[in-house]
Design a protein around this ligand. Sequence first.
Ligand SMILES: C[S@@+](CC[C@H](N)C(=O)[O-])C[C@H]1O[C@@H](n2cnc3c(N)ncnc32)[C@H](O)[C@@H]1O
Length: 261
Amino acid sequence: MLAGLIRTHSGIALGDDKRTLVANRLRKRVLTLGFQSYEPYCKLLTTAAGAAEIDMLIDLVTTNHTFFYREPDHFQYLADVVLPGLAASGVPVRLWSAAVSSGEEAYTMAMVAAETARRVQGLNWQINGSDISRRMVAMAEKAIYPMDALQPVGSLLTKRYFERGVGKQEGMCRVQANLRERVRLQRINLLQSSYPLDGLQHVIFCRNVMIYFDAAARSLAVDNLTRQLAPGGYLFVGYSESLGSNPKGLEPMQHGVYRRI
Ligand SMILES: C[S@@+](CC[C@H](N)C(=O)[O-])C[C@H]1O[C@@H](n2cnc3c(N)ncnc32)[C@H](O)[C@@H]1O
């Protein structure tokens, strides 16, 4: 029953092999609420009073692993092909990290856009970041990371775009305000019927989330995302998330990159 609720509310398909993992993650929550077993917890989730608990449940079962410059070919393609092309068209470019987790993907996009704007004239950009997990959205808003996490960023860009923590924040660093203020974060479930965004997007990164979905949720999410793309806009999915050779309304460009027809 829990697996069914999770699937309905997030698209995440948990096989029998994930039972132990989910049970471990939920045990503490169930005890904190004063329940001795999962049964009353499941009951709560199906009542009106349990609606907020569904969010908590989704928070607990999502896998949020991410890092700066993950799947770096995509950022190279963004810098070399996508952003220069969009800059030439003169429109303000809207980019969206649609499963932003703790923010590394959106801030990598922001660094790539800021760096591209140093060499390409007329690039005006804004980033949306969203996730189903409120906890992750809150972390992305803080934009504070351990120094170790910045290894893929390199020292030049670390100096340019991060501030080092002092005192209690020693060993941590924060994305500088000039990048943070270009990244608007909010909670969005990819399966919801419409997305509260500032218009059609020119670039959508939706990476390493649809691998957790069943086929129906994946197809619904891809349809929704395609509709949210401006004509000629780009959809990036994770390296292991091919949409097949002939996805509806999309033209494959390179590994994990599609363009809206
Ligand atoms: C593994 S992380 C991927 C982060 C980043 N995109 C990357 O590639 O490194 C997957 C994220 O998808 C989010 N997620 C899962 N189901 C979702 C849904 N239905 N709508 C939006 N986000 C979802 C999770 O909360 C999690 O933060």
